[in-house]
Design a protein around this ligand. Structure first.
Ligand code: B1M
Length: 211
């Protein structure tokens, strides 16, 4: 079994020593992106599929998520560019009612890797809190993540509240997460949809630099 498959298995089983395997993969010369995509993220896809088919339940998803966090922590310094000065600020959070934070945390890591300061609002973030972050922190972008079809509607509330408060043309809204699509982004009047964390960071950098 290759090292990425071993990492995937370790995450699926919730093994805390997945960090050792991730370090081993780095030592073997695998790129952080390969380890992320073919090891850690591949595991979450399998976990999601098994959950859908009632082969595993929430506790198993939770322990896998914890192992995923341990694995990504090892990759973090390798995914971020050292010594990059801040080019702007983003308020990032998972929307109200939604507790999924693995994707959000990856987005944070990639944004920081581009020299962007991140105000991490955490999970279960209401539209009002996103707007407060704009008012108090002077962010150039509000970035919303959602993993549930039942919570993605909060993104529309963010846009609507910005309009209501007269801020809409002063801050950009980025959206992402498994159920989000470009057409959904357009339909709610948000500015940018990206499918993955790396693309989110690329777009955010361009926006903040006014490119
Ligand atoms: Co949940 N869960 N979960 N879960 N969970 C899903 C999302 C689900 C698809 C599983 C399934 O049925 N196959 C399903 C949603 C169905 C739907 O709405 N269509 C589901 C469900 C139903 C639930 C519960 C309702 C289960 C229950 O209680 N009965 C419950 C809800 C709790 C709540 O939030 N209120 C629940 C709970 C949980 C756990 C807490 C146990 C755990 C989360 C732990 C944690 O996050 N700390 C969990 C997990 C782990 C998953 C799966 C297995 C994995 C999610 C994940 O982290 N993926 C997931 C199935 C799946 O996705 N295959 C599932 C890896 C992560 C890197 O991907 O977040 O998509 P993702 O991020 C991607 C992109 O989407 C993008 O970048 C990342 C890649 O680079 N991205 C952005 C994300 N945010 C972005 C923002 C951007 C741009 C890109 O710009 C701002």
């Amino acid at each position: 079994m290759n090292i990425c498959m071993q990492i995937s298995e370790a995450v699926q089983k919730g093994k805390k020593d997945v960090n050792v395997l991730v370090q081993q993969a780095l030592d073997e010369g695998l790129s952080p992106k390969t380890i992320l995509d073919e090891g850690l993220l591949a595991a979450m896809d399998i976990i999601g599929e098994k959950f859908k088919n009632n082969e595993i339940y929430v506790p198993e998803m939770l322990i896998a998520a914890r192992a995923m966090g341990i694995g990504t922590a090892v990759l973090k310094p390798h995914l971020t560019e050292a010594g990059v000065g801040s080019i702007g600020k983003v308020a990032l959070g998972t929307v109200k009612g939604d507790l999924h934070d693995i994707g959000k945390n990856l987005v944070r890591m990639m944004l920081e890797g581009k020299g962007i300061e991140v105000v991490d609002l955490g999970v279960d973030v209401s539209a009002e809190r996103f707007i407060e972050a704009y008012e108090n922190e002077g962010v150039g972008i509000i970035a919303c993540s959602a993993l549930l079809t039942t919570t993605m509607g909060e993104m529309k509330r963010v846009v609507d509240l910005l309009v209501e408060k007269g801020y809409r043309d002063k801050v950009k809204v980025m959206v992402g997460g498994a159920p989000i699509t470009d057409s959904y982004c357009k339909s709610i009047g948000a500015d940018y949809y990206t499918a993955d964390a790396a693309s989110a960071a690329d777009v955010a950098k361009k926006v903040l630099l006014g490119a």
